[in-house]
Design a protein around this ligand. Structure first.
Ligand code: SLL
Length: 221
């Protein structure tokens, strides 16, 4: 089927954010089922930077593999928001895996993505006062890169309203000009808006990184 055909010399990247937030577990939030040694409540998540993109036609499920001290450590989330909230006492590495739909009738045939996230419960620098609400955030930016996506994947990722910029990875083949769609002006305006938003997000992440660098320097002094 033609949807399974790969589009040569094109890659599309989808900016994502993943990570966790955590707060100390308040007494009033404890239930009879909360183990007494649990000190924190946390949420680990993965989401596209642009919240108006619907990745569900592509993503079958996202699994979060927790430490084996948890019951059913592999948590499978089939619909957004892709996140798991738990309580616990310790930090550990969580394996986040994105599973795509498969099947030749769908025309999607992309390799699963895997990301490792170190769950953070405690401040990076204990000397720096915590945020007012006491929340710890450890969030990272990454990109899901689809190299030579199938036509189906390409179609899903370039659907309006939120679509991604197809980039030529080689300019040897000018035939790819077919991606300059009918309404070029409209396409360019949307891309500009998205690029602006992504830049803004990258800037936020960069500032956060600088703050963490400062905290690290302060800690080492
Ligand atoms: C540590 N290597 O020692 C890590 C392990 C395990 C965290 C952390 C609760 C599990 C449960 C939990 O927080 N496990 O519910 O029993 O820090």
């Amino acid at each position: 089927m033609s949807q399974n055909r790969r589009i040569k010399n094109v890659s599309i990247s989808v900016p994502i954010l993943y990570g966790n937030n955590a707060v100390k577990l308040a007494d009033e939030k404890r239930t009879a089922l909360t183990p007494p040694d649990h000190t924190h409540e946390w949420t680990v998540f993965l989401k596209p930077v642009l919240d108006d993109i619907d990745l569900t036609p592509l993503i079958k499920r996202v699994t979060f593999k927790l430490h084996e001290t948890y019951d059913n450590p592999v948590r499978s989330i089939e619909h957004p928001p892709y996140q798991v909230t738990e309580t616990g006492w310790g930090e550990f590495e969580i394996i986040i895996k994105i599973h795509f739909h498969t099947g030749s009738e769908l025309g999607i045939n992309e390799k699963n993505f895997q990301i490792f996230h170190g769950l953070k419960l405690h401040p990076f620098n204990p000397k720096i006062p915590p945020k007012e609400n006491g929340e710890i955030n450890s969030v990272l930016y990454d990109e899901l890169v689809f190299q030579e996506p199938t036509e189906s994947t390409f179609e899903i990722l370039t659907r309006k309203p939120a679509n991604y910029l197809p980039q030529k990875i080689s300019d040897e083949d000018k035939k790819d000009q077919e991606f300059c769609r009918q309404d070029e002006q409209d396409e360019l305006a949307r891309l500009d808006a998205q690029i602006y938003r992504i830049k803004h997000e990258i800037e936020n992440q960069r500032n956060r990184y600088k703050e963490l660098e400062q905290e690290k320097i302060a800690l080492l002094q």
